[in-house]
Design a protein around this ligand. Structure first.
Ligand code: MRU
Length: 342
């Protein structure tokens, strides 16, 4: 899977793999401005918390290309405008806010040092964020795979694979590494309505990696956990509060309750950049609501009445007490979680 890059930088432009076209077509959107990058994030051409963070770093660099101003106030205005635009795209994944703020502060430092190479320096910082994500993914997958016993049957939700990150992924990185170590018998993949990240993206990644997998609709999870000897539910995260409450794709919370009821392990896998130590608990995490079209249409085909009212929260919160472990690049944390700083 790693040969298909989620995003890459070439000749001073950012190329983003169009995940809306997957699994049927591999094509890239060429981003020339930070507005192009913001549009890709908002429209989910690129998605997944770490990938959104990495792309926003490059987006910031594009915003500072051909910077002409020498005036401090104009510069600050520009930097803040870029940051505001990028973070206004999706509210839940904290990696976006983390990466944008890191670059914003860095750009101001460079300006204050009277360095004229702001674009070049910011681009290097964006590349650094990208590389850190790659290293982080590898560490997480190795650490997580150690927790998986032989002959494991695993259920996963949404897509927390290479498409959601810069490298092997988080939850899927652990699953694929464990499979490569000969420990995984089968993976059940929730289709993940309404955007179908499981059916379109996770199945694509697992099948390419040769991992035995079966696609199920989301409402089959309880039956499958009960009757198919599922040992683990393994998912990614979009934001983790100080107490370990975790925002992830809608449907994750229900899976955590199923896992608890059936006394199986429920693992959250994420880089520490997904942990928001400024937020006390999950009630403070903003939950994105997306358009009604995502629920009312499948492949542009209306599946309900045109006038049907729709509620479409994109994420839910899994309480920390339902999470057996949070696997990060630094260490494996277990309940009770008390994340203070990183
Ligand atoms: O709406 P999405 O597709 O961006 O949501 C993605 C998820 O919920 C993932 O599980 C999460 O970001 C972890 S990605 C490594």
């Amino acid at each position: 899977m790693s040969e298909i890059k989620t995003l890459f930088w070439k000749d001073n432009f950012l190329y983003i793999l169009d995940q809306k076209k997957l699994p049927f077509k591999i094509s890239y959107v060429k981003c020339k401005t930070y507005i192009d990058v913001a549009r890709c994030i908002k429209n989910m051409v690129i998605r997944g918390a770490p990938a959104i963070g990495v792309s926003s770093g490059y987006g910031f660099a594009l915003g500072l290309k051909n910077l002409s101003t020498k005036n401090y106030n104009d510069f600050i205005c520009r930097v803040n405008k870029i940051a505001k635009n990028l973070v206004s795209t999706r509210p839940t994944a904290v990696n976006l806010f983390w990466a944008v703020e890191r670059i914003r502060k860095y750009a101001i430092d460079i300006y204050n040092e009277k360095d004229n190479n702001i674009f070049e320096k910011v681009l290097l910082e964006a590349k650094k964020i990208h590389n850190e994500d790659i290293v982080c993914n590898t560490k997480i997958s190795k650490t997580g795979a150690k927790l998986i016993k032989r002959d494991a049957t695993i259920l996963t939700h949404c897509n927390a694979g290479s498409l959601a990150t810069s490298s092997v992924g988080t939850a899927l990185g652990v699953i694929i590494e464990a499979y490569n170590q000969g420990k995984v018998k089968k993976v059940f993949v929730d289709e993940t309505r309404p955007y179908l990240q499981g059916a379109r993206l996770t199945m694509f990644e697992l099948m390419k990696s040769g991992v035995p997998c079966e696609l199920i609709t989301d409402n089959m999870a309880g039956f499958v956990i009960k009757n198919r000897n599922v040992d683990y539910v393994i998912v990614g995260a979009d934001r983790i509060a100080r107490n370990g409450d975790t925002a992830n794709k809608i449907g994750t919370y229900s899976l955590s309750i199923l896992a608890k009821y059936h006394k199986i392990k429920f693992f959250v896998v994420a880089p520490t950049s997904t942990i928001d130590t400024s937020i006390e608990d999950g009630t403070k995490i903003p939950i994105e609501e997306r358009s009604e079209e995502e629920v009312k249409y499948i492949n542009k085909k209306l599946i309900t009445l045109k006038g049907a009212q729709v509620y479409n929260p994109a994420f839910d919160i899994t309480e920390a007490k339902n999470i057996s472990a949070i696997i990060t690049e630094k260490k494996v944390f277990t309940y009770p979680y008390k994340f203070l700083c990183f």
